[in-house]
Design a protein around this ligand. Structure first.
Ligand SMILES: Cc1cc2nc3c(=O)[nH]c(=O)nc-3n(C[C@H](O)[C@H](O)[C@H](O)COP(=O)(O)O)c2cc1C
Length: 302
């Protein structure tokens, strides 16, 4: 029995978000309201076996507090997926997820991510090769509307459906009603996870019930509340303290290996919805080093 089968119903996952859901942010989220499943940012299978593999391996860092944790990979070469799956199993992950939904031009141009929706033959080869390399770890897929329903005849543990088409990017509201049609044609043991525009845990629960799905995945909703998965809200002081913890853990984890400017995109997640928040953010955005950002954040303590 793999971890997917032991999850509560419905279950809730934090979405993979490149440049956002690294081990540091996942640890912060786990400490204030843990989802039932975590995913890494997506990692190119090509990079895992290239000269620049150090960066890709850094993306696969995780901590025990983040379990169950799934490594998400993308690419086009089944053989590389096979090797990547074996590596991920060795690194101790709980599962492997294949990205078949990324609409980014640089990814789609290569025939990877969402481009695999239009190439079901290769998609199936990739899934088979990944399962073979995974040494028993469950393999799941994340895709978008338009995917080939016959994918669900494959032995994948879970399918996340971002309820928008590739062309729609994230520009229109997610088409949750499409799940009704998908559900109707479905006679598969694969767990179905809905994704798109969920803003509160209550909404996630209601959507799972209404659309009869096993779980929901939340992406940008976490930016509005780091305590999303516990429906927890924080005082301004608590939010500032969380930002300090986040910054300090970032420094400890990466030293100077990751550019500190990446941290600036998190400022708005914590410094919001209180008198003076805008001015405080402006001050933090002007900082030029991580130490300066930490110092200025500490100065915000009210
Ligand atoms: C900054 C950012 C980075 C993302 N990176 C990934 C990724 O690495 N892999 C992936 O499958 N989806 C990625 N996505 C898509 C999200 O996982 C999710 O499908 C999308 O944001 C819709 O969910 P939401 O409306 O709850 O945000 C990313 C989205 C954002 C906003």
């Amino acid at each position: 029995m793999n971890f997917w089968q032991k999850l509560p119903k419905p279950f809730f996952a934090l979405a993979p978000m490149d440049g956002v859901t690294d081990t540091v942010f996942r640890q912060i989220v786990a400490s204030v309201g843990k989802p039932d499943v975590f995913f890494t940012e997506f990692v190119p299978v090509d990079a895992l076996f290239s000269k620049g593999k150090e960066r890709a391996l850094r993306t696969l860092k995780f901590n025990e507090a983040e379990r169950p944790i799934i490594a998400q990979i993308w690419g086009i070469d089944p053989e590389k997926f096979n090797k990547a799956a074996a590596l991920i199993a060795k690194l101790g992950f709980d599962g492997i997820d294949i990205n078949m939904g990324c609409p980014d031009k640089s990814v789609v141009k290569k025939g990877a991510g969402a481009a695999l929706i239009k190439n079901p033959k290769l998609a199936k080869e990739i899934i088979e090769a990944t399962i073979k390399g995974a040494n028993g770890l469950p393999v799941s897929v994340k895709t978008r509307l338009g995917f080939d329903i016959s994918l669900l005849k494959m032995p994948i543990a879970a399918l996340t459906i971002h309820l928008r088409t590739t062309a729609e990017l994230s520009k229109v509201p997610a088409h949750w009603d499409e799940l009704k049609k998908i559900r109707k044609n479905l006679k598969s043991k694969t767990l179905i996870i809905g994704n798109g525009d969920i803003k509160t845990l209550e909404e996630a629960k209601n959507k799972c019930k209404k659309y009869k799905i096993d779980g929901a995945m939340i992406g940008r909703g976490i930016f509005e509340n780091v305590g999303f998965f516990a429906s927890r809200t924080f005082s301004p002081q608590e939010k500032i303290n969380l930002l300090i913890t986040h910054l300090v853990l970032f420094k400890k984890t990466y030293k100077d290996k990751k550019h500190f400017a990446l941290m600036k995109k998190f400022v708005k997640c914590y410094v919001n919805n209180f008198d003076g928040a805008t001015q405080a953010r402006e001050k933090l955005m002007k900082t030029k080093t991580l130490d300066e950002l930490i110092k200025e954040t500490r100065n915000l303590i009210i």
